[in-house]
Design a protein around this ligand. Sequence first.
Ligand code: GDP
Length: 475
Amino acid sequence: ASAYAKRWRLRCAFRLCTEVTMDVDTIVSLSTPPGVGALAVVRLSGPSAADVLKALLGKEAPMPGFREPSLRRLTDPDTGEVIDEVVVTRFQAPASYTGEDMVEISCHGGWLVPELVIEACRQSGARIADRGEFTRRAYLHGKLDLIQAEAVADVINARSRAFHRAALVQMERGLSRRVADLREQLLRLEGLLAHHVDFPEEDEPPVPITAVADQAARMVADLELMLATAPEGELLREGALTVFAGRPNAGKSSLYNALLGEERAIVSEEAGTTRDAIEAVVQLGGFPFRLVDTAGLREPAGNIEQKGIEIARGYLGRADVVLYCVSADEGPTDEDRAFLEAHEGAPVVLVNTKADIEKNQKHWGPDGTAARVRVSVESGVGLEKIRQVLPELVYSSIVTAEQGVPVLTRGRQARALRAAKLEVEAFIEALGQGLPAEVASTHLRAAETALEELLGAVSADDVLDVVFREFCIGK
Ligand code: GDP
């Protein structure tokens, strides 16, 4: 028994003093998008960043101070020809993004100048960086954990405020702190168990076994709370697939355009003119939606239109939310009724369009529909309501989430937390069955491993490859 406790203590001690040593070269890359622009930023990182810079500034030139932007002239070290007038900023390890010595060169943009600067750096001993290599180095030097590193990519790629917000929380360790906290709790539980094993004859153990189980149950509840945000968190990345459906002339394209804020789809008074699907990503209430305008669902139809209808059906099958349009001046047909009945309980918003047409208004909607909105693109009535209803319907757990619950935006995060939760549940069950503490605690250790992999405290190279592959060059 005490051997087990000793092993546990050793493991804790080991974790506190693991250190990675690395043999690294100096990398260079363009950190701004390629193409014509006023400025471009070239970054250097690695032990010989300063030497490379010196070669470009010329041997006689004094080196700029750290974190002091300095206006300089870069020359080709071979030919002595001037490349550009630039602003150079030096950073000293470990106080830099990567944790290494770094140099940032703000040069003129365009196709040629940044290339010349990079080529000169390469000639002077730097290597062209791989995708995400700067952030990978930041991670390896302990400047970021894996969740934060992923969040950097998300902040860059964000196309909606909601996704941006979730990524910022992660970048600022919001999720990492929660995960680290859970891991601490697991270690404490293990410690309590080790104590039980060590001093079985003690009258008063530090904590009764039932209290340990209660604590584990609270962890499960915590994990569930975090996991609840996962399905919608992952939608934040691409945007929720939003399909406009309804009969021809129901006002789908008009509504699509109104939400898009620009004339993207072809609006026509002739029935059945929208023949193919058009897609655009918009923010509604700060949340991302992929709006898809499809051909009118109508049978029978000509050949081209038929194809459009098939495409529409395909989209409908995958839709995260459907805006089903019924023109208020025409009212519902049997077809409309059949559609809504078939989709009862699904995220379908029934839109009564053309609310401005006075004659013959038939506002209608069966009780089973998730939401109903009266809209007129002429008067603008109801558009605000749609912008509000859609996020509430599609992103409800994020919209209503307790403040401070970080949103899980990646499958990797959800998988790890789900694995941890299963193990903690298995632990509770093992305690309940009266299994020896040593056996039960294997589940705690498995849960710990899942959390550590999530943070990147232990991570195989291939995990890192997957994480950093999606980065752009120069990040
Ligand atoms: P779709 O076939 O379902 O895409 O329908 P459209 O968006 O092409 O609209 C069909 C017709 O209804 C067009 O003539 C539109 O101008 C008209 N329409 C659409 N929305 C409104 C509205 O809110 N008010 C009025 N008065 N007409 C509308």
